[in-house]
Design a protein around this ligand. Structure first.
Ligand code: NAP
Ligand code: G3P
Length: 484
């Protein structure tokens, strides 16, 4: 499909089942975060081309919505099979494009195929309900309400760079199985991986117009998409500032926004420090901390903080740093701008008196894993989402102080509580403002049938397979007024 100029492929966009080059004649260079070279060019499409995508989605939706569920299911099962069949190519593309290790990239493809299969099975077992009128005082039982779920129409699915395949399919699969059509806008730095996923969908024989891939910078076509009056629902995963912009610009349509996080790891003095440290390090540093659910601060009880910091230091210094090709735990960040932001947080904290435990070393967009102790709330690293490998440690005197500091954050995605006392765990969990609290485990999304919720500036609405299907449908009530 791509037209080769010398070595750099140019990738088309995809509308109504056709692979096209934009009439804008404009393309965007995609740099590999670790190869530091252009690995491909993607189309910068025009607003007219966005309109064409939305029109084809609208037209196709009428027929798709009335197709039998089993028929829709077969296309998604085939899509999952096609993804598995082309996992080598897709995983290699994910690694090159977003700098994830090949092992993690394969995991992402496999997880996506399983997600699609589970979404189909879940939908096959979601049924409406019926109600009789006579359960309400004075009403007759000959009044019967039949409630069913119907598709919303055209869903705008916008995904982030860090899971270019999984967090895209996590929107497209529930949308399709429930009778919607999709306008898919991948992150620019994730477009090629997203396109490979759509190629697999194309090979499944999915009817034209059901899924349309629109490529281009969010800063150029994003607002136009979001404000478009033919969009019926937006499912967005990305940064909080972008999410807030979408909430302001979208008009009277359902939104699911999965945004940033500042997940705390609260370590009580009775916790198993070695197990807690393992979970914290994995939660904080996998994929260099470029996960919305990464542990982004440690709130350690002062009685055990010295021991915990020592263990965290050893664990951090044992982390492999380098190229994703070598399966390194710490890999170069998605771009230099992100690395500058992370370095800025480290510098600010050290200037304000934080203790450098280990790290604070950098080579271009590769930031070495950094632990900062004695961090206080006046330091930006205590409140900002780094999306990089820096972990601040704040010492607390009590569970209540940990809860207060945790809840001071504008974010509310997840939190971890480490203790051997289950009652204490629930006391803390019940008071933490977050969508999910993990007891003695790292913060993470999944398994993918679990509800995944961000509150406060971490989001609106809920993901997780059944929740996603529900968010892309609405109830339709038919009332039978039978003869008495
Ligand atoms: P981002 O910069 O917010 O971009 C996310 C998506 O929004 C991209 O596709 C981007 O396109 C698009 N976009 C940009 N401006 C837009 C606009 N005006 N209207 C509509 N769409 C627009 O986020 P990112 O850097 O890709 O991802 C990192 C952030 O996402 C972090 O904050 C992380 O916490 C969050 N995240 C949250 C979750 C979750 O489930 N809660 C999961 C993953 C990531 P371009 O790429 O073309 O700019
Ligand atoms: O940032 C992506 C987010 O959805 C996290 O997923 O599975 O790495 O916790 P996971």
């Amino acid at each position: 499909m791509p037209v080769n100029s010398i070595h750099i492929p140019t990738y088309p966009y995809y509308i109504n089942g056709d692979w096209l080059e934009s009439r804008s004649g404009q393309t965007i260079d995609i740099y590999s975060p670790y190869l530091n070279e252009v690995i491909g060019k993607v189309q910068a499409i025009t607003k007219d081309e966005v309109d064409e995508a939305i029109i084809s989605a609208r037209i196709a939706q009428r027929d798709w919505a009335i197709r039998p569920l089993q028929e829709r299911a077969q296309y998604l099962y085939r899509w999952a099979d096609e993804l598995v069949a082309s996992k080598d190519e897709i995983a290699a593309t994910i690694m090159k494009e977003v700098g994830k290790t090949l092992k993690d990239a394969y995991k992402e493809v496999t997880r996506t195929a399983e997600f699609i299969q589970y979404t189909v099975e879940e939908a096959l077992h979601m049924h409406g309900e019926s109600m009789r009128g006579d359960s309400f005082p004075g009403c007759s039982k000959s009044k019967v309400a039949i409630t069913d779920r119907v598709p919303l129409g055209v869903v705008l699915a916008i995904s982030p760079f860090n899971y270019p395949v999984n967090l895209s399919a996590a929107k497209i699969a529930p949308a399709l199985i429930s009778g919607n059509t999709v306008i898919f806008k991948p992150a620019t730095q994730g477009t090629i991986s997203g396109l490979k996923m759509i190629e697999a969908l194309h090979r499944s024989g999915l009817p034209k117009g059901l899924v349309n891939l629109v490529t281009g910078r969010g800063s150029e076509i994003g607002d136009y998409l979001v404000e478009h009056d033919s969009i019926d629902m937006i499912s967005f995963t990305g940064g909080t500032s972008t999410g807030i912009n979408i909430a302001k610009k979208s008009v009277m349509i359902p939104l699911v926004l999965e945004l940033g996080g500042k997940d705390p790891g609260i370590v009580c003095e009775d916790a198993n420090l070695f197990e807690s440290a393992k979970q914290i390090i994995s939660g904080a540093f996998s994929y260099s901390g470029q996960r919305c659910t990464a542990i982004k601060r440690v709130l350690a009880h002062e009685n055990i903080a010295d021991n915990l910091v020592q263990i965290l230091k050893e664990e951090t210094m044992n982390l492999s740093v380098g190229s994703p090709k070598d399966e390194s735990m710490i890999v170069p960040l998605i771009d230099h701008q992100s690395a500058d932001f992370v370095q800025g947080l480290i510098d600010d904290a050290l200037e304000k008196g934080a203790t450098l435990v280990t790290g604070n070393k950098r080579s271009k967009n590769l930031i070495y894993p950094t632990l900062l102790d004695n961090v206080t709330m006046d330091m930006d690293v205590a409140i900002e989402e780094p999306f990089g490998p820096v972990l601040p440690i704040l010492r607390v005197k009590s569970d209540q102080e940990a809860i207060d500091i945790a809840n001071q954050s504008e974010y509310g995605l997840q939190a971890s509580v480490f203790t051997n006392d289950i009652n204490r765990a629930f006391r803390i969990s019940n008071n933490i403002e977050a969508g999910t609290v993990q007891i003695n485990g790292r913060t993470e999304r999944g398994p993918d049938h679990f509800p995944f919720i961000g509150i406060k500036k971490s989001g609106i609405g809920s993901q997780g397979i059944r929740r996603s299907i529900e968010s892309m449908t609405r109830e339709k009530v038919t009332v039978l007024n039978l003869a008495e």
